[in-house]
Design a protein around this ligand. Structure first.
Ligand SMILES: Cc1cc2nc3c(=O)[nH]c(=O)nc-3n(C[C@H](O)[C@H](O)[C@H](O)COP(=O)(O)OP(=O)(O)OC[C@H]3O[C@@H](n4cnc5c(N)ncnc54)[C@H](O)[C@@H]3O)c2cc1C
Length: 456
């Protein structure tokens, strides 16, 4: 098979690396595309889109391959893969970075931190920049510097017609608005240009763990602690067993625990001060908060969520952490069967909430927390595990329903039973606006292997 004007690699089922190339982060996803077009640059992406349209092929677009729903790969059609397009170029003078559409956050942090700079990215280094950014982008730096999309200055986009556009505040502003939260619906982004900020290189960061039995007390304290936290302090609560990382004493591995993971991106003395009260709470099992290079901290969770394990997610935004919400979390967080299942709750607010709701397509500006419930089991574990962890995640979400906010983060939606929640992710007004932009840039819905916005 050949594609006119394509210089990258074309991988079909008869190639030895077909199975590696079609695998995504979630090992439960097992799809067999007819062709994987591993692009070497923007021209290849445009050629691949034109080829797919001319041959009426189902299209999947792959950035980092991390989306839990596995939308980066499709059955039978073509995967337009940007996994060989991972270059990151930093301009320290104007504090910007140009990032190719297949880069991972580890690539970005590595290059930007060489200049003492960073932008809001994901909390796991092997997450893709493209999918994360297009859905909004939440992470430890967001309370100080906004969502990833709030730092997006421009994007180079290959449209459904195969033409190449620049989207920014001045060029195709409707498209630029939609790209900032509307997901991969509007074209293939081959390059992102981000604003950077001085960060670290050393930050005060790390987790404090308490026994699972302390969950209610920890969360009640955390509710007030987080509400008063300075914008420089980003926190994520993790509920699950303690992962068997070498930095954690072995006798604590696999013990059910609640952790508050902190990252203070500001002066070290101020950071020590900002986390002091948290560290003094109750009797922690272990306190790993310390000065640490930001780039090392950003990679610290990488081995806790390995490629190839099987995952099933549920998520919702939370308006606040009322006593009832906390009770629902404490009742369900540790009732999953697998020691690898966990949930993570991101503290929002700060700079995220200061951007007007209609400035970008990201909907959850005014929520206090965002929780993702992650059922996890190993590939060789039986179907029973899949059923049990899936049921646990659904039960947990159900218990949170009375306490949830109106939005859900689109990047935390899974497949199948979450498809109907895309409208919920945006709310009616934003969804309609996105549907108008979709009708203009992709009227045939060629890019539908995603959290789909239907053209209006
Ligand atoms: C372990 C883990 C940790 C995570 N942590 C965070 C976090 O801290 N913060 C956060 O915000 N999210 C987080 N996420 C969610 C993450 O944002 C999504 O999984 C996101 O889709 C990952 O992007 P990707 O490029 O790897 O996705 P892929 O699986 O490659 O793609 C997903 C979809 O994005 C679109 N897409 C991908 N690349 C492009 C492109 N170049 N142009 C146009 N569309 C494209 C396509 O529609 C595709 O179907 C995490 C996910 C995982 C698995």
């Amino acid at each position: 098979m050949e594609i006119d004007g394509f210089r990258g690699r074309l991988i079909t089922a008869d190639h030895s690396d077909y199975d590696t190339a079609r695998a995504v982060w979630n090992g439960a996803v097992d799809r067999r595309p007819r062709l994987i077009a591993r692009c070497s640059g923007t021209a290849d992406v445009a050629a691949a889109v034109r080829f797919a349209r001319a041959h009426d092929l189902e299209i999947a677009v792959r950035g980092g391959g991390h989306n839990v729903a596995g939308t980066a790969v499709c059955d039978d059609g073509i995967v337009i893969s940007l996994s060989a397009m991972r270059a990151v170029g930093v301009d320290p003078a104007d504090r910007t970075a140009r990032v190719q559409g297949g880069a991972l956050w580890g690539d970005v942090d590595h290059e930007t931190q060489a200049h003492g700079l960073a932008t809001t990215g994901g909390i796991v280094g092997h997450t893709g920049v493209a999918g994360l950014t297009l859905g909004g982008g939440i992470g430890f730096l967001m309370r100080g510097h906004g969502l990833t999309v709030d730092n997006l200055l421009a994007a180079e986009v290959v449209t459904a017609e195969g033409s190449i556009l620049r989207a920014s505040a001045d060029d195709h502003p409707d498209l630029f608005w939609a790209l900032r939260g509307g997901g991969g619906n509007f074209g293939v982004v081959t390059t992102f240009r981000f604003a950077l900020h001085p960060v670290g290189p050393t930050v005060i960061a790390g987790p404090v763990f308490w026994a699972a039995d302390d969950t209610t007390d920890v969360l009640r304290f955390y509710r007030d602690f987080a509400a008063e936290a300075p914008d420089e302090l980003g926190t994520v609560v993790r509920l699950g067993t303690i992962p068997p990382l070498s930095v954690i004493p072995e006798e604590l591995h696999w013990r059910p625990a609640i952790a508050v993971v902190c990252c203070y991106a500001g002066a070290l003395e101020d950071g020590e001060c900002a986390v002091r009260a948290l560290r003094q709470l109750g009797r922690p099992l272990v306190d790993l908060i310390a000065p640490i290079p930001y780039v090392a901290f950003q990679g610290a969770l990488d081995d806790t969520v390995l490629h190839g394990w099987h995952y099933y997610w549920k998520s919702t935004d939370l308006a606040d952490l009322s006593d009832d919400t906390i009770a629902a979390i404490a009742d369900h967080a540790f009732s999953g069967g697998s020691p690898r299942s966990y949930s993570a709750m991101f503290h929002m607010g700060g700079a995220v909430a200061r951007v007007p709701r209609d400035a970008t397509a990201y909907a959850g500006r005014d929520v206090a927390h965002n929780i993702v419930i992650d059922g996890v089991w190993l590939p060789d574990e039986s179907g029973e595990h899949a059923t049990a962890e899936t049921a646990w995640a659904r039960r947990f979400l159900q218990a949170l329903r009375p306490h949830r906010a109106d939005s859900v983060y689109v990047n935390f939606l899974d497949s199948d039973d979450d498809t109907s929640r895309v409208r919920e992710a945006y709310g009616d007004h934003t969804y309609r606006r996105l549907a108008d932009v979709k009708a203009k840039y992709d009227p045939d819905n060629a890019f539908h292997h995603n959290k789909n916005i239907r053209p209006r």
